[in-house]
Design a protein around this ligand. Structure first.
Ligand code: CAA
Length: 261
């Protein structure tokens, strides 16, 4: 399926791949791209067959080179705020999606592109990936959650350094500072994403969804409440047919057949 700026495919059972396709602007995010990503995410979230989402950028050069600077140039302060609100809504929707979302960063992930990757549940990078928050060079600040999600992932000191210098981080450093989970050769990026998504798709669907939500929602709670939430959700998982199947299959030494109930 093709929206105007998006390619939507299912490259393997249970796996939805979204490819941002604006090569003339290095896949920069304008209001249309944000709208189409939001719609594609809503479609995937409403489709129980989707077990994991992969998000990448078209072409060799960029994942997403940021929010669209030409579009932003014409915005008033209020329009700029609306644009940020639209971006934040998409990032939140990724975090709350009922399946893990994996960013496959194939090149530049700058500004809003870095923020889009950060809003995915985790990031796999190609050796050509470059991350950065260069907004201060344009007279603005990150507007799609970069100051907050970067801080949570790599810590305050590195987040302040990157958001105030605009310094670009290559794949090897991104791995070292915990910004990405894996770095692979450019030609192996999609295969790595499919491998991880395939592992997710084989596990119990309700348990996968609950595990993601525990991590995502728990990180904004204090430890005692987050652990109490985990205990409650652990109990909820015991109520699923898949829990009976998973434990039975282990003890009977056979492969589990999960039904997502
Ligand atoms: N917005 C709009 N157009 C962009 C763009 C962006 N963020 N990034 C690149 N493009 C366009 C360029 O204008 C150029 O278009 P033309 O061919 O029509 O001139 C085309 O994409 C190719 O880009 P370059 O010629 O610049 O390619 P390069 O290889 O020399 O450099 C780059 C690549 C380092 C990524 C460089 O394009 C660049 O620095 N881009 C801007 C990065 C940036 O500042 N991003 C942050 C935006 S602000 C933001 O994102 C705010 C937020 O938090 C929400």
């Amino acid at each position: 399926m093709a929206h105007g700026t998006l390619r939507v495919t299912d490259p393997a059972p249970g796996v939805r791949l979204l490819t941002i396709h604006r090569p003339q602007a290095l896949n920069a995010l304008n209001p249309q791209v944000l709208r189409e990503l939001m719609q594609a995410l809503a479609d995937a979230s409403g489709d129980a067959s989707v077990r994991a989402l992969l998000l990448t950028g078209a072409g060799e050069k960029a994942f997403v080179a940021g929010a669209d600077i030409a579009a932003m140039r014409a915005m008033s302060a209020l329009e700029g705020r609306e644009f940020a609100v639209q971006g934040h809504a998409l990032m939140r929707a990724l975090e709350m999606a009922p399946f893990p979302a994996i960013a496959l960063v194939n090149g530049y992930a700058l500004g809003g592109g870095c923020e889009l990757a950060l809003a995915c549940d985790f990031i796999v990078a190609s050796e050509k990936a470059v991350f950065g928050q260069p907004e201060v060079g344009l007279g603005i600040v990150p507007g799609f959650g970069g100051t907050q999600r970067l801080t949570r992932l790599v810590g305050k000191g590195m987040a302040v350094e990157l958001c105030t210098t605009g310094r670009q981080v290559k794949a090897d450093e991104a791995l070292r500072i915990g910004l990405v989970n894996h770095v692979v050769a450019p030609a192996a990026l999609l295969d790595k994403g499919l491998e991880l998504a395939g592992q997710i798709a084989q596990k119990a669907p309700v348990a996968v969804k609950l595990a993601k939500h525990l991590v995502q929602r728990g990180q904004d709670m204090d430890l005692a409440n987050a652990n109490a939430f985990e205990a409650d959700v652990f109990g909820v998982a015991f109520g699923t047919d898949d829990r009976v199947e998973g434990m039975g299959a282990f003890l009977e030494k056979r492969k589990a057949e999960f039904r997502g109930r």
